[in-house]
Design a protein around this ligand. Structure first.
Ligand SMILES: Nc1nc2c(ncn2[C@@H]2O[C@H](COP(=O)(O)OP(=O)(O)OP(=O)(O)O)[C@@H](O)[C@H]2O)c(=O)[nH]1
Length: 254
């Protein structure tokens, strides 16, 4: 980084970062807000979640008292579901199914219990490195909020550091926080980018997600080979086509 706050790569000056508190006086938190996110956090009325803001908000403090405390009610719900299917929940094969299913759903949504701060664990390091960092093909499993069936795929994240770098595993952990929830792929993509921005205030962040949605495979339109690709480009990745191209080339290289 230069003394006036500009970041360099390969001897060329990169534009001043739009997203960095430390590197730009033009920092605007609105630059990284997810469109549609309510400005005033709303609270949930779901038992155990009264103090939690709605999941789709970018609040990172969603901590129900204990997830295990939710198991009995969830198990009862799954039992009712089995009955609705015309099944006998008391037959030997299904006796433990409601509880197993409840535990599985808690696992699929464990991201609600994680906060960015906790996951980062202070693994943010001062480093005079202003070349692109890319971690690609991070496996992702999530749950479609429309049908409660899985979608899965891979996530590639790039950022251009501006004085701070992030522990590499933390990029994958950020993917876990936001994918292990009820999601749509577009929001997941943006939330990952915003989290990286919050963590290290880089000159820019790029996220590409490629997902297979079981709601389009196993049911509905039944297109088994379709893939959905979403991207979020922030800062220099949005403003500078060359930086964006460099990232996309790295992501698509074998
Ligand atoms: N944009 C977006 N749409 C999604 C995602 N996951 C599921 N969907 C879509 O959500 C839509 C819900 O549409 P509806 O018509 O209300 O529900 P549906 O009758 O089950 O729709 P079909 O899937 O077309 O049978 C569908 O088009 C799904 O493909 C996602 O991550 N992003």
């Amino acid at each position: 980084m230069t003394t006036n706050g500009e970041c360099r790569t390969n001897g060329t000056r990169r534009p001043k970062p739009l997203l960095s508190r430390s590197c730009s006086e033009n920092y605007e938190i609105n630059d990284v807000d997810v469109p549609g996110t309510p400005k005033t956090p709303r609270t949930s009325t779901t038992p155990g979640h009264e103090k939690c803001t709605f999941h789709h908000d970018l609040e990172l403090d969603h901590n129900p008292p204990t997830r295990e405390a939710m198991l009995p009610e969830m198990s009862r719900s799954y039992r009712l579901l089995l009955e609705s299917l015309g099944e006998n929940p008391d037959r030997p094969g299904l006796l433990k199914t409601p509880e197993r299913a409840a535990k599985a759903m808690l696992f699929f949504t464990k991201g609600y219990d994680q906060s960015l701060e906790e996951v980062l664990n202070d693994a943010i390091f001062d480093e005079d490195h202003d070349e692109m960092v890319v971690v690609k093909d991070i496996e992702m499993f999530s749950m479609c909020e429309h049908h409660l069936v899985p979608f899965y795929g891979k996530v590639s994240i790039g950022y251009l550091p501006c004085g701070k770098i992030l522990g590499l595993s933390k990029l994958a952990r950020i993917v876990e926080i936001y994918s292990r929830r009820l999601q749509v792929q577009e929001r997941l993509t943006k939330q990952i980018a915003v989290a990286v921005t919050k963590a290290v205030q880089p000159a820019g962040v790029a996220v590409v997600v490629e997902g297979v949605h079981m709601c389009m495979v196993m049911r509905g339109v039944q297109k088994i080979n379709s893939k959905t690709v979403t991207s979020t480009m922030l800062g220099v990745f949005r403003d500078d086509p060359k930086t964006r191209e460099e990232f996309l080339n790295l992501v698509h290289s074998k």
